[in-house]
Design a protein around this ligand. Structure first.
Ligand code: BTN
Length: 325
């Protein structure tokens, strides 16, 4: 009932009467009042005015299943939410949910992770109360070798979703989101597949929202929305905004099963674009100028002799962007 009441309160700038709520939800006015009190206890500022009804003035940074459900405007992305105060890793939760048959678009969100995972076997620090740790379950009917493009779809969706709050956002190919040269978001995509068939894909996203301190190893290279904007952010609306962008971008991706409908928007946000990058490949390390991505998500670079190359995997460092100078 909390979710429905939150939705009703948010559906108008004015007041909603207790009578209206109880009629629409088919519950007693006493039950409505009790739920409003519970919302107030959680920190929602709900005004109750005699003869007018209820009005929501301010929502704190609450991240509960009900808050997330009440904000979701999508059809499938984030429509089935698994919420955890603490879990090992939302990527593991989604992998398990995927194995157990959870629907496409299922979203796991945690306030804290005890075994947060980063790329290349690194850990992802996941303290409680100030960051977003979430993973989405995707069930695309595409060949397994196309799944890596989903990371790019997510990177674009996160950048566009949180870009409404912080406009200076850029993407470091393929899937780090950065602001002022520091990392704000990390994405980890994992897949359960057979040789020619994808069972499901888990796309995990870690967003530093209100952190003001980082572990020593990443203190120089990481940042948060709060540090960059100068004020705290609310996590649930950020998650809802990313889900909206994901739903649209994923559907565009599926039409062609490649990134042709997204690559221009992605390339426009690319920090590497028109900059010198260092390609640390398996065979050689060289310097080149990044041009953008192609429809498969490969980074196009121009070498010093003018020849063009496509970078599929490996490490790309950009001058001035954390670490490489
Ligand atoms: C990276 O190394 O840049 C990727 C970090 C991905 C972290 C997120 S947090 C939510 C999800 N669960 C995990 O264990 N990892 C991802």
């Amino acid at each position: 009932m909390k979710t429905e009441i939150l939705k009703l309160l948010r559906s108008t700038d004015g007041y909603v009467s207790g009578q209206q709520i109880s009629e629409q939800l088919g519950v007693s006015r006493a039950a409505v009042w009790k739920t409003i009190r519970r919302l107030q206890d959680e920190g929602y500022q709900v005004e109750a005015v005699r003869n007018k009804g209820y009005h929501i003035v301010e929502t704190p940074d609450v991240m509960t299943k009900e808050e997330l459900d009440s904000l979701m405007k999508t059809r499938w992305a984030g429509r089935n939410i698994l919420y955890y105060e603490t879990t090992d890793s939302t990527n593991l939760r989604i992998r398990q949910a995927g194995d157990e048959g959870a629907p496409h678009g299922t979203l796991a969100v945690a306030d804290r992770q005890t075994a947060g995972r980063g790329r290349r076997g690194r850990t992802w620090e996941s303290p409680a109360g100030n960051s977003i740790y979430m993973s989405v379950l995707l069930r695309p009917d595409i060949a397994p070798n196309k799944a890596s493009m989903l990371t790019i779809v997510m990177a674009l969706s996160v950048a566009e979703g949180i870009g409404q709050w912080i406009p200076m956002i850029q993407i470091k190919w393929p899937n780090d989101i950065i602001v002022n040269g520091k990392k704000l978001v990390g994405i980890l995509t994992e897949m359960s597949a057979q040789v020619d068939y994808i069972n499901h894909v888990t796309v995990g996203v870690g967003i530093n929202v209100n952190m003001t301190e980082f572990p020593e190893e990443i203190a120089d290279t990481a940042t948060s929305l709060r540090l960059e904007c100068g004020h705290t952010g609310k996590r649930a609306p950020l998650i809802a905004a990313v889900m909206e962008r994901l739903e649209e971008n994923y559907e565009i991706f599926l039409k062609t099963e490649d990134l042709s409908g997204l690559m221009d928007r992605y390339s426009a946000l690319l920090v590497n674009r028109d900059r010198d990058v260092r390609i640390i490949g398996e065979k050689e390390t060289y310097q080149a100028r990044a041009v953008g991505i192609d429809h498969t998500g490969e980074l196009l670079v121009r070498r010093e002799d003018g020849s063009m190359e496509k970078i599929y995997a490996g490490e790309v460092s950009v001058r001035g962007v954390y670490g490489y100078v």
